[in-house]
Design a binder for this molecule. Sequence first.
Ligand code: ADP
Ligand code: G6P
Length: 491
Amino acid sequence: MTVQKLMVVSNREPYEHRKRDGRLRCERTDGGLTSALDPALCRLGGTWIAWGSGEEDRQAVGPDDIVSVPPGSPAYQLKRVWLSPQDVKHGYLGYANQVLWPLCHITLDRVAYRKSFWKSYQALNVCFADAVNEELRRCPSAVWVHDFHLALLPKLIKQANPDEPVALFWHIPWPGPDVFRILPERCEVLDGLLAADSLVFQTADYAQMFTECAHHFLNAQIDPRNLSDGTIIHKGHRTQVSAHPISVDFQAFSQGAVAPQVELAMDLIRRRIGAAPGVRFGIGVDRLDYTKGLLKRLWALDAFFSRYPQYQGLFTFIQVAVPTRSEMEAYRRYRAVIRETVNEINRRYGRAGRRGARWRPIALHEGRIGFDTLLAYYRMADLALVSSVYDGMNLVAKEYVASQVDEAGVLLVSEMAGSALELTDALLINPYDPDGIADAVKQALEMPEEERRLRMRRMRTHLEQHDIHAWVAGCLRDAGVAPDQQPASIG
Ligand code: ADP
Ligand code: G6P
């Protein structure tokens, strides 16, 4: 295994430059991909190639389109790729977000296919390939591609650089052949991916379904005894397929949660919500995405307050929701429905509160929050509720566990999220069953302290061992790559 420089490639950039109050600021972006990979790159160093998604991004880069990040303690280089408005509209928002995203999350009514999307998706991938190939000429590296926006990239890179190792991690679920056949370009997508040397999925089930698709649609040669951890041969090229569940920087959450500023933030939150002493909390933290099952979560909370009125006035659910993909009508509509439903539930039960007029059944905070505030919510919450209708992993579930230093909280996680397979001491819920979730919320609030501690401790021990750094090591090992660790600061 030769030591190599690492080049990460994703559509979404980990940091974006935006003007706030007339000043150029560098901010973290949202989503599991960037949350997980940023700490990994901070440790390993290297180059991350991603879409420069705003006008201010151009002002921040040097002549080679590179800017060092994170701001304040630069550890790696971010090289920005500029996409045309057409490729953003039809490639990213169209093919990636309105075709591949709902298809892989099996929300088939949301698939809005148009032929023109495919052309732009191809163009988007070519644009990334140009940037990667240019960078490879400057500095040979192992290339680690991420997610469904860039399925054609492995082939485009390998055509120009047959000897560079190329790996790809697919962050979202992969459906079986019965669903994947919906995609008119299913063969081209599989063909693009199978040029990679290593393809890694979140779970063994997704890896197995990918292998089945490769066999079914391309007649690729597979090892029938090893569908989720074996080799696929397509056009004479071997691709290693495996599964490694993505994780969190356990130490950063666990140590961060006991910082004095986090304890201050907990007091501040209690005061802001106006919660009377003794009121207990639930937490949800999500992008405002229909796959997160937010509406179903609200229906379940409605059922909870209706079935168990003794909790009216004594339990508040805090929902932190960051708007996402707002260029798309479906996402804007979803956001509006969430707001209306929260208001409706608050109107209905709010008055019934026994602990004074200020009790709110649901406190909705829309927008991005800082790390200390996030830790404060996680640490103070008696329970966390993850209700995705389908989810590759769901890092919020793991972040909650990593932040639960007092081991007092209970995690409720959807059976349809990849994290449910690992966090077996969570209470499993079915997002389609509001009464079942209501019962699980009650069970969590009434669970004896000893049982809560035991469950949380076991999950924390698991995550301490299976953290983001172990995930990186596993993925790169499968790709046959030993990264050349660069100094933490490139100041
Ligand atoms: P997805 O990748 O689909 O967005 P995950 O649950 O895996 O779902 O990851 C979401 C990530 O985004 C987590 O790291 C979470 O902490 C972060 N996040 C979500 N909402 C917010 C918010 N309002 N402010 C800050 N970070 C957020
Ligand atoms: C999920 C996807 C990521 C994506 C993120 C945010 O985590 O797996 O690839 O970056 O959502 O979505 P966005 O469209 O804003 O990049």
